[in-house]
Ligand binder design. Structure first.
Ligand SMILES: [Zn+2]
Length: 283
């Protein structure tokens, strides 16, 4: 089906009081697996490409974006394209032309004042082109002139009043908040602060985003969605599935050379992971 937009998917999820899952694409097999998993679960999903994945592809967004778009357009599931953790202003400005309907603009390395200024500017530019813009806020705290604490650093929690002020001064369409998850966890042991999610959902006028959901157990994800999370980002869990399947195959077949032999089980393992996460959001 034709590419859908992240804004539409999130608006629909908001209405149904559920969430949309966004999965990170690194290789073509990731994109194919996300589409297959979404079809299997009968749910929409977001194909998300991070600035780090663009760096992996030699700094070129075009090929990986074109592949993800082609996979989305030929899928039976409603899929959108999102550019994730974008620090580079150049990359941000290329999103629209490459078929992305949404971008997460990451100004977290800047001081609070500079962050607000850069994000507000990116939002204005994006909105003129119909882009849906996500940002994240850790803890403003810190000393005057220092960047806010990284939303992904362990122990950091977003303050509801600070989050509301940040959204009002930047105009972002969605906000990633720090509530107990962190990036790149290979075990699902994170405990979320559900009371804080509820307070954030009340204080912040835009949808909330959970990053680092790979490390969050199923029932914690379901509770987070009930408390008001509307976009659930999953990256590492796909790579754990992919690499586990490749490793198992190569250990069992040490003389294998044809990549299709191990990429088939790798892609299948990722599709299973995608479908599993999407089923947690059914409510
Ligand atoms: Zn993230």
């Amino acid at each position: 089906m034709p590419l859908t937009t992240t804004g539409e998917l999130i608006a629909e999820a908001r209405q149904k009081r559920t969430a949309v899952a966004a999965f990170n694409v690194i290789t073509l097999e990731h994109a194919e697996a996300i589409a297959a998993g979404a079809e299997r679960a009968g749910a929409p999903a977001i194909l998300q490409i991070s600035e780090n994945a663009v760096k992996f592809h030699g700094g070129s967004l075009t090929a990986v974006a074109a592949a993800a778009r082609a996979v989305a357009e030929t899928s039976r599931a409603p899929l959108s394209l999102h550019l994730d953790h974008v620090v580079s202003a150049d990359l941000f400005r290329r999103a629209h032309a490459e078929g992305f309907s949404s971008v997460m603009f990451d100004a977290s390395k800047l001081t609070y004042g500079e962050n607000v200024k850069a994000t507000a500017q990116a939002v204005r530019w994006g909105h003129e082109r119909g882009l849906w813009v996500e940002a994240e806020l850790g803890k403003v705290g810190g000393k005057e002139g220092e960047p806010p604490l990284d939303a992904h650093a362990p122990g950091v929690r977003t303050d509801p009043a600070e989050a509301r002020a940040y959204v009002e001064s930047t105009g972002v369409d969605a906000l990633a908040v720090a509530v107990g998850s962190s990036h790149a966890m290979t075990e699902r042991t994170a405990a979320l602060d559900h009371e804080l999610i509820t307070r954030l959902a009340t204080a912040v006028p835009v949808p909330l985003v959970l990053h680092g959901s790979s490390g969050v157990p199923d029932k914690e994800i379901r509770a987070a969605v009930r408390a008001g999370m509307r976009k659930i980002n999953v990256g590492t869990a796909l790579n754990t599935a992919f690499t586990g399947a490749v490793r198992a195959f190569l250990e069992a077949h040490p003389s294998a050379v044809d990549p299709r032999k191990y990429l088939v089980p790798a892609r299948e393992a990722m599709a299973g992971t995608v479908a599993h996460f999407l089923r947690q959001l059914e409510g």
